[in-house]
Design a protein. Sequence first.
Length: 338
Amino acid sequence: MLATVSFRTVAIALTLIALPATVSARPGQRSSVPANTTVPANATVSVTSTAVSNTKQPASPAPAVTPMVVPTNATLINPTVSQAFPAWQATTNYELKTGGGAQFYSNHARANSTVRYDAATGAYIVRETGDATKTYSLSAANKVGAESNATYTVYRTISGGTTNTFRLYNPVALTLTYASYGTWRQSTPGIGYQGATKVYDTYFVYGIKTAGADVPRSGTGNYSAVLDGTFVNKNGPYALSGNGAFTANWVAGTISYSATPVGTPTSGPVINFGTVGGNGTINFSNASFSGRNDRTINATYGMDLSGYFFGPAAAEIGAAFKLSGGGGTGSGVMIGKK
């Protein structure tokens, strides 16, 4: 900061009443007689003193700083820039016995997470539900072309005896724009009890989350949805599918939902779970919601879920769910639009 320096001159009259003396000015002073001059007694000598003022002028205002704008993708269709997408995910783990059937099956808690897209490599990076430090990259090098199609892309890695198989869904195939989902199976033969194969089935839903201020505050929103997931009981795993309905009451800040899941095993009869559903609340600031099952709808099976609103004005929804009851447990995703 710059300061203006000003000078002022002060005149001081000195009456010399002593013997003649030699006058010399101290640093910062000017005398009216030459330096080292002898003057008569009782002579008057004028000495001026210069002082420096430390008065500071106001600093000039700092120039305005233009905030950096980080580019983002407008939709999930053919993303062009790197971005971390908000996500929810859930995992069901179990062991496949060598003689058939399943054992030690359980469900990890649903977790909010992220799915990252790297535009430079075209890779998606996902994390484990129970350990955020363990991540996996789905890049072109891992793509399985023979198993991929217009609906989804399959990626596979094999490391240390564990096979990781990912299936990432194309939002266009789901008739969605701002949300999508994926599945991830980790399978390791022989490490379970009595040589069983240990399996982790993870489902994650992700997308361009609605801004908190853009979540509606009036009326209601009605959504049609589909289900995907895994359910496990003593007989083994079942692939979950089915349809769902979701309603947001923007005025009350509540949700209600219902679904009709069907479980299809590798072999054997399917499980028709009937209609399951529940109720919950909306967190407007975070564009999120959570719901608890209502056992008056289904006395045997119940579904809890947690998710986000995606797109402008909460155009789409995506949630991770837990399905339990009837001696088994499972998890998956519900995803849909208005």
